[in-house]
Design a protein around this ligand. Sequence first.
Ligand code: NAD
Length: 459
Amino acid sequence: MPVEPDPVQLEVLNPATEERVALVPAATRDDVDTAVARAAAAQRGWAAAAPADRARLLRRFASVVDDHIEELARLEVREAGHTVGNARWEAGNVRDLLDFAAGGVERLSGRQIPVPGGLDVTFLEPLGVIGVIAPWNFPMPIAAWGLAPALAAGNAVLLKPAETTPLTALRLAELALEAGIPEHLFQVLPGTGPVAGDALVEHPGVAKIVFTGSTRVGKQIMAKCSARVKRVTLELGGKSPNIVFADADLDAAAAAAPMSFLDNTGQDCCARTRILVQREVHDRFLELLAPGIEGVRVGDPGDEKTQMGPLISAAQRERVRSYVTDGLTTIRGTAPEGPGFWYPPTVVTGVAPTAPVATEEVFGPVAVVLPFEDEEEAVRLANATEYGLSGSIWTRDVGRAIRVSRAVAAGNLSVNSHSSVRYWTPFGGYKQSGLGRELGPDALAAFTETKNVFISTEA
Ligand code: NAD
């Protein structure tokens, strides 16, 4: 008998201490094959169930998640280094997404279209088995963006979490079973991207891939999906502008700017990392901004008062460091010494708009401040990027707010605020920030195929 090699183990580290939290066996291609077959069988029963029963089970799933918010949040703190306040919000977001999707099950109806000689109706049919490939920066919410609407629309879901953050996903799968979600309908496949992730992308039994991650991997996945005309949604990188006009409430704009790129230690696809400031208020804005950056409380993410935790890994810290080269002028906050993947809040000034730190997604607590002369230049600079995910506009002029919102090529903009992701409004990117939309009123429809049936009345 050939000896089976030991399965690859995923090592989960606590980013704040570098201590091992868990070793998780990595799913193989065979595991993915088995999971797809089981999911396909479970999906047939789920799609045939009465809509009200599916909705009830999803509500129960939401309720079980609600009973475990603190446990899930603490797990997220340990495996991802998120501040506990953020982690509680993230677990609550899973609950809310499940509730929201449950409300759509009985409302997911087709249409009747007038035609001569008969009756024409459309059906919104589930796609089948959905592969959700999630990143490490928001493991729970992003998993649920795909999971909740896909289940609600009658599909099965196979979730592949990121290598570094599989634990909350595995716990959610246990909670689903506890809530009565049928076995195998929602399975988690912890594993590496090139093995478990790729197996989902290549598998003919997976009807759609919902990918959130880097633009580099997203392009590879899109190319592979195209070979099978497999449905795909991509949520990719960002380099979002925060445009501050001279007529804005400068105090409010400066006070809001730090957490608009430091939240989640800057590991946020919507981070406002290009702060564009009208030249006449540029220096004043920096004066107002500096205390906000220097005063951010960076430290133990489990402490209620902490505003910013560590980066996810040593590799991520090296990547961030590589962008803040010697000689750059910076405003810096503080970060703990010793174990943990710490990096201080950092603002870079006086760089060219074409410098790598001003054009590439750093994915850490680093932003640049760039001056502009007028509205035309602000829009040009905002759009001078391959990305187009989000952005903010600070002005007291309503006409300008609307003009600039329409002119910036990005999927999610906010005026005089930095909010961008709500589960009941659509979310997604322009240009190389993504393909397709998630969340919002049409979330369930993205997990269906429209079938048109004509029934003759002449026979
Ligand atoms: P990543 O692309 O390295 O990995 C994302 C996921 O893809 C992981 O689960 C990984 O295992 C998997 N993967 C890697 N290679 C694969 C392959 N060949 N085939 C299939 N799967 C593969 O990204 P990351 O570093 O985990 O996440 C950070 C990125 O995600 C950032 O660029 C960020 O902007 C982006 N992001 C985008 C959004 C959005 O909504 N637009 C949200 C969050 C994060």
